[in-house]
Write a protein that binds this ligand. Structure first.
Ligand SMILES: Nc1ncnc2c1ncn2[C@@H]1O[C@H](COP(=O)(O)OP(=O)(O)OP(=O)(O)O)[C@@H](O)[C@H]1O
Ligand SMILES: [Mg+2]
Length: 654
């Protein structure tokens, strides 16, 4: 079930009809919609499911709704590649008047870039992850973006020292002015070039870079840097030493970036804001950025770039924190709530994460997840199965660390027993009532002989402790392309661990398969280039929006300052009002070996329903003329909630 977008009428309907505080997720078995509070999405989410089950469509729909409602931007890292993701998000950007940037690797076939949507620029955008920061932070970013083993691991410490020295000297001598981070290093990371640059260092240059520094300290800094370069020059003479190896290793890494035909020289700053991705700007202005990094075609390169993006996102929020007063002025934020950021929520969607197996990327992602909820970054990860996650580090340690950070898990049909077992395990354990004499209860039918069935059930049930979601459920979910029926289970960790269902929880009603319902989704395989007038309109709007962005960067001094290299976070970010944890110190119910949620947190079932399986029953059709109220059994929950409207849908948790 989809709503077709694009027409102004639809947009009008959306604005009026949408509750600003919620996001539509799916529809339950009984026709009640399942929605999610916007605030619940502050915490990371994970979407699992076999191939073509609907993972991308769910993540797109939920995230695009957030982007539309909050006005915040989005960054999508797509390890699968292809046009689906960039065309979807370009359409959202166009409808919402946002700047749209697409970073992509050149196709192996070496064909020219085909833009995915008329709102996308005719060329991919540039991106320099090393555009801001000091020598220290830029070095960490560059060297932490690669997996290291063998020699490379031994060189790391030394490589850090020398790359940092190179960045510092380049910045202080003005050598890096107007150059991208990689371009700078390519030119200066060599003992002779560094020696030459060090000799040009002056006290004045250091004072220009650090106006508050005392003369004597500036002089000391010059001497120190020059001395280190001289020592380095001596140490590198003679073959086979660690320093020469570290320099050689770093040069190889840089030239990998610089000479990659897949990158096409786009890992550097472009001309201006119209053709260059800047994540600080994207966060402040609600821009939409898609990184298409097909890991099947370019494994190491896609990992390298994505890791830089993940690290850059962390630096981005540190930079905003460091310039909090300016940021407040730019965003007009006055709330000062402890758990709010003075910038709008920013969505980060990582598609097919499991296909990018890399310890560097894994560490960077964990770093982002750890701080994301306090920094207004809303992360959604998707993968084809839990096994892919476990395989990232080969041990499952990383996968479990990620899981600890995930607060909403959406799971479509899974292809393997092992994955099914894992997800059932995450759903926690509950006590289920099992009838002892099943056949007697079934006699007379479930619906017409309520009281009879109940009485018979009395004293004939066993309490059995089982996973909330029974084994096999995830494999049995419906995925029907012909009718576009795609079921998923939604496990939420807050306020307590529960599988979301649209009707009350009961002794055997612990979960409910929900059906995917997307909001404002373009028709399947829609040709965005089909209508020449629409193409022209999209291009005109694109140029106007990009020009406006660029003009704002030029004319708004406060924005220009926050975007400048000077504004970059160089020390630990100063956290104003210590950001309160989004969640209270709740125990983590998903930790595999963690204690189970306290029994009393689970709402006691109001009545015992005569069911013989875990499959949720249809709700009671309501009191029939022959159904007398059985006071002995209390009020039936369905009857007591007769005026439950469609709008009062809910995430019923325990
Ligand atoms: N607008 C649409 N209307 C109806 N069906 C669609 C629409 N868009 C996509 N589909 C179908 O839904 C299927 C599942 O979509 P989706 O791409 O979200 O799955 P996925 O789980 O992300 O798949 P993959 O594992 O390949 O990434 C697609 O293969 C396509 O056949
Ligand atoms: Mg997908």
């Amino acid at each position: 079930m989809t709503l077709n977008p694009i027409s102004a009428k639809t947009t009008l309907f959306r604005r009026r009809g949408h509750d600003a505080g919620q996001v539509a997720v799916g529809i339950g078995r009984y026709g009640f919609p399942a929605v999610c509070d916007l605030d619940a999405l502050k915490l990371p989410a994970l979407v699992l499911g076999g191939p073509r089950t609907g993972k991308t469509r769910l993540a797109n729909s939920m995230n695009a709704q957030q982007v539309r409602v909050t006005g915040g931007g989005a960054c999508i890292i797509d390890f699968k590649g292809g046009d689906d993701i960039p065309s979807y998000w370009a359409e959202v950007a166009q409808q919402e008047n946002r700047a749209f940037h697409h970073f992509t690797l050149n196709e192996k076939s070496s064909g020219a870039y085909r833009r995915p949507h008329p709102y996308a620029r005719t060329q991919p955008s540039f991106y320099d992850p090393l555009v801001r920061g000091n020598g220290d932070s830029k070095t960490a970013m560059l060297l932490n973006s690669v997996d290291r083993d063998g020699d490379a691991a031994a060189y790391l410490r030394t490589a850090e020292d020398v790359v940092m020295l190179a960045f510092d000297i380049a910045d202080l001598t003005g050598f890096s002015a107007g150059k991208g981070g990689l371009e700078t290093l390519t030119a200066i990371l060599d003992p002779a070039a560094l020696d030459k640059a060090a000799n040009q260092l002056t006290v004045d240059a250091v004072l220009r870079a650090h106006p508050s520094m005392a003369d004597v300290d500036a002089r000391r800094r010059v001497n120190d840097l020059q001395q280190r370069v001289a020592e380095m020059g001596q140490k590198t003479r003679g073959a086979g030493n660690l320093l020469a190896g570290a320099i050689g290793d770093s040069q190889t890494l840089i030239s990998k970036f610089a000479n990659s035909s897949a990158l096409g020289g786009r890992l550097r700053p472009g001309r201006d804001a119209t053709d260059t991705i800047d994540l600080v700007r994207a966060l402040l202005q609600g821009e939409i950025v898609v990184f298409s990094l097909p890991s099947n075609d370019y494994r190491s390169l896609s990992i390298l770039v994505s890791t830089m993006v993940l690290l850059d996102l962390q630096n981005t929020t540190s930079t905003l924190r460091k310039n909090i007063a300016d940021v407040r002025r730019l965003t007009g934020d006055t709330s000062r709530k402890a758990d709010a950021t003075p910038w709008k929520p920013f969505v980060v969607q990582v598609e097919e994460l499991g296909s990018a197996k890399s310890t560097a990327a894994a560490a960077a992602l964990l770093g982002l997840l750890n701080k994301s909820s306090n920094e207004g970054i809303r992360v959604t990860l998707s993968s084809q199965g839990w096994g892919d996650f476990v395989a990232v580090d080969g041990t499952g340690v990383w996968a479990n660390q990620v899981l600890e950070q995930v607060y909403n898990l959406f799971c479509f049909q899974l292809g393997s027993d092992a994955d099914d077992q894992a997800v059932c395990g995450f759903s926690g354990q509950v006590d289920k009532r099992k009838p002892r004499m099943k056949h007697e209860i079934d006699i007379g039918g479930r619906w017409r002989l309520w009281s009879g069935a109940r009485s018979m059930n009395s004293g004939m049930t066993d309490s059995v402790r089982e996973t909330r979601i029974p084994l096999g459920t995830l494999q049995e979910l419906t995925k029907d392309d012909a009718t576009d029926t795609r079921e998923f289970i939604w496990i939420a960790k807050t306020p307590t661990l529960s599988a979301v269902h649209t009707v009350d929880e009961g002794p055997n009603m612990w979960f409910e398969p929900l059906r995917l319902v997307t909001v404002l989704e373009p028709p399947n395989r829609h040709d965005f280039f089909g209508d020449p007038a629409a193409v022209e309109q999209a291009e005109a709007l694109r140029d106007e929006v990009l020009d406006k962005t660029s003009e704002r960067v030029r004319s708004d001094a406060v924005l220009a300052h926050v975007l400048s290299a000077d504004a970059a976070s160089v020390e630990e970010p100063t956290h104003e009002a210590a950001s309160a944890p989004v969640l209270a110190d709740a125990e983590d119910p998903w930790a595999v070996a963690a204690p189970l949620p306290a029994r009393e947190q689970l709402r006691e079932p109001v009545s015992v329903r005569p069911v013989d399986s875990d499959v949720p029953l249809r709700p009671d059709p309501g009191p029939d003329p022959w159904d007398e109220t059985d006071t002995e059994w209390g009020i039936d929950p369905w009857d007591s909630d007769a005026d439950r409207g469609q709008a009062a849908v809910e995430k019923y948790g325990s």
